[in-house]
Write a protein that binds this ligand. Sequence first.
Ligand code: SAM
Ligand code: SF4
Length: 331
Amino acid sequence: MTTGTLDQRGRALGVLRLSLTARCNLACRYCRPENQDPPALLTHQQRLKLVGAAARLGCRRLRLTGGEPLLAPGLVPLVQAVKALDLVEDVALTSNGVLLDRPLARRLQQAGLDRVTISLDGADPRAVLRMGGGHSFAHVLAAVGHAQAVGLPVKINTVVMAHGNGDQVIPMARLCRRLGVELRLIEYMDVGNRNGWRPEQVLTAAAMTTRIARHWPLEPVGRRHGATARRWRYRDGGGFVSTIASISEPFCGDCNRLRVTADGMAYTCLFAGQGTDLKPALDPRQPDAVLVRQLRSLWQQRQDRYSEERRSQQTSPAPRPSPAEMAYIGG
Ligand code: SAM
Ligand code: SF4
């Protein structure tokens, strides 16, 4: 098995983020999905072929995402088939949770899903409505309970917009402490072309943890190599909270993620303007080696460090080709 392919900055491929659809049943303010899938989505077999090829290059973790992945047909069989391949150590799902009822949570757990991250942007129905999450609050809260009840480890993602749900940092921390779930507070990022991102809308990770620490003292745990989240432990034993600070503390230096859209376009950075079409190599008539070769070459040429470049240019990054939308590229 070939392992440890490095990019131009010495970074190994660690995580494949595979989007199953660009469609979504919500319309979060910071994401603004188009609600239409591109033509020719990857088939079950093509997805498995992709996971196999990524694993050949050393990738050990798969995250299924979207759009909203629970809208995509074939999710449970995909999880089951990936686990049966036994090529990756960890299969995770990122979902808005709206469609996650108890039977589906159980089927996913039985299929071998290792963990789920559920997005929730406020600790009460009005805050969620304000952020574009419609009337989903009760469903999402219930989804967290369903995942916990069937034994799926759960985390909650909250994207924080300073003038949108900046007031939800403490309520979300309180809610997650009560639920026994780790909260991941995400800085609002300039992904895509539709969310009207402005630097003033970013509440930095430091500002968020300072607020939380006034209520519940925190102790830093740090950031694992290749991880996006910096973790903090509540000193009173109330669990953990983490921050994803792509704007204020970029982590490009050890970024190990390859993103592939539902129609088979590979992106080596969340902020990339251009993807690489894997579909010809994913054609079932092509030997697996063709795809492995294409992925290896793509990874070896990778130089991306957009967030670091943005920070070094302060508030106005250099113009770049029109970037892909978040719901298409999968977050
Ligand atoms: N629909 C699923 C969900 O929301 O969890 C999965 C797809 S969503 C694109 C993946 C993650 O990206 C979510 O946690 C979402 O909150 C986050 N996200 C979307 N737009 C963002 C932005 N502009 N800045 C930071 N995070 C964002
Ligand atoms: Fe949908 Fe997720 Fe985008 Fe919200 S962040 S609109 S739930 S894809």
